[in-house]
Ligand binder design. Structure first.
Ligand SMILES: C[S@@+](CC[C@H](N)C(=O)[O-])C[C@H]1O[C@@H](n2cnc3c(N)ncnc32)[C@H](O)[C@@H]1O
Length: 435
């Protein structure tokens, strides 16, 4: 099958059904030979990265929008623009290859239309692209509500964050220090022609200078290495588990941070809980590959009365469900799928989980709250509200060369030291105040 046709169908599934690209793409990849899969990935991620801009372009050139049943043709038009603007495919080649896909999609009626739109763009590209820069949505290729929230939260940095969100994310590895040192692994990579540099803020991280197929990494199958962004690799150090600690990873799947904690401190007793059984399957596979052990529980973290046996935890890691607005560069479909209204719903859920888990922590124990969001409502405001009402919660100050100190916790903005956007706050439970 033609790679552009597959891309149009995969994208129309995201547009029409609101499914994430990560959930849709693997099925479509099986329709293609291995050599075409990287291009499918490039086309789908690229179109979603620039969609608000490409949509604005389409609406300038189309008399009326496509019907829902023709979202594949809409996707095809965006694919045409994407190749011409960002992949520097020569215009005539991009137009003819894109137009030809109408036949594979069984939408021959759209042939003339797609051809006309792409040729019109080709003729007037300079003036059309200039017009796009007049509106923040098409200039920055982000939804209006998000630009506004970001501008409000970060009056100095919002444009840098938007620009960082539109960059290709780096491939970052976490070396399993229980098996091999970072230096030795870096040498192994070099021996097979893969260059990397150590991440500045975490001891196990290596940033690859170009993306590779993960399965081909030396020692991957034997658990020497995993893929994990450098910002996510900060969690294990902040949790600071001691030998023998009893730890709850409350939203654990697919297990990136669970595994890192276990690699750093193999003698801890870990309960890895998540409410999503499918994602826990991936956690299970990851732990198996890395030869690590945890008690895996499928349950709602906000309802411990249904699964907790009364034994207090020394450490709780709450990597809360969030808007994922700090990882847009890795998941550009967030721009399309996340709505302004979601934020309050997520903040309520985070608060509910946080309040439900606090009683499970030992006095003197530590809770690490994490999100991959850049929105204060899910981060600093959430934690301030919690600490105001929870007399026995004390902030443990994170003093670090990364991120920016908030009134509580630290915020990393996307792109800083080539990291994803993350928020971290550390709380310690004090002995109950005497009445
Ligand atoms: C940010 S992800 C966790 C990523 C994971 N910690 C890692 O490092 O690989 C958030 C997780 O929260 C889970 N989740 C959402 N609501 C939950 C709830 N009420 N109880 C337990 N898990 C929940 C989701 O299924 C998702 O796996």
């Amino acid at each position: 099958m033609d790679v552009r046709a597959v891309a149009a169908m995969a994208l129309s599934e995201v547009f029409r059904q609101g499914h994430s690209l990560t959930s849709v793409l693997p099925r479509w990849q099986t329709q293609l030979s291995a050599k075409d899969r990287p291009l499918l990935q490039e086309l789908c991620y690229g179109v979603l990265r620039w969609q608000p801009r490409l949509d604005a372009l389409a609406s300038q050139l189309l008399k009326k929008p496509f019907k829902t049943k023709d979202m594949d043709v809409h996707a095809l038009v965006l694919l045409g623009f994407y190749q011409m603007i960002y992949l520097r495919v020569p215009d005539h080649a991009a137009v003819s290859a894109t137009v030809a896909v109408t036949t594979a999609l069984k939408k021959q009626w759209a042939r003339g239309l797609v051809n006309g739109v792409l040729r019109n763009f080709q003729r007037q590209s300079e003036s059309l692209l200039a017009t796009l820069d007049e509106s923040p949505v098409s200039r920055w290729a982000h939804p209006h509500w998000f630009i506004e929230k970001l501008r409000h939260a970060y009056p100095e940095q919002w444009q840098t964050v938007l620009a960082a969100n539109n960059q290709y994310p780096p491939l970052v590895l976490r070396v399993n220090r229980a098996k091999i040192s970072r230096d030795d692994y870096q040498q192994q990579l070099l021996a097979v022609g893969i260059e990397s540099k150590p991440t500045p803020h975490c001891k196990e991280g290596l940033i690859l200078t170009r993306a590779v197929d993960v399965e081909t990494l030396p020692g991957f199958v034997d658990g020497e290495v995993s893929v994990q962004d450098s910002a996510a690799q900060l969690a294990a150090g902040l949790l600071a588990a001691e030998p023998g600690d009893y730890i709850l990873d409350a939203c654990a799947a697919p297990g990136g941070k669970t595994a890192h904690v276990l690699e750093c401190q193999p003698t801890v007793e870990m309960v890895a809980l998540d409410q999503d059984g499918g994602r826990l399957e991936r956690l299970h596979n990851n732990l198996q590959r890395l030869q690590l052990q945890a008690t895996v529980v499928t349950a709602d973290a906000a309802a411990p009365e249904l699964w907790w046996d009364g034994r207090l935890f020394d450490r709780i890691m709450l990597d809360a469900p969030c808007s994922a607005t700090g990882v847009i560069r890795r998941h550009p479909d967030i721009k399309l799928l996340r709505r302004a209204d979601d934020i309050a719903v997520l903040a309520t859920l985070q608060g509910k989980i946080l309040r439900a888990l606090w009683p499970l922590l030992k006095p003197g124990g530590r809770l690490l709250y994490i999100t991959c969001s850049v929105l204060p409502q899910e981060n600093v405001r959430q934690l301030n509200a919690f600490c105001r009402e929870q007399g026995d919660a004390q902030e443990l100050l994170i003093s670090a060369p990364w991120g920016e100190a908030q009134t509580i916790g630290r915020q990393i903005l996307p792109g800083e030291s080539d990291m994803d956007g993350f928020y971290y706050a550390c709380l310690q439970k004090e002995a109950a105040p005497t009445p």
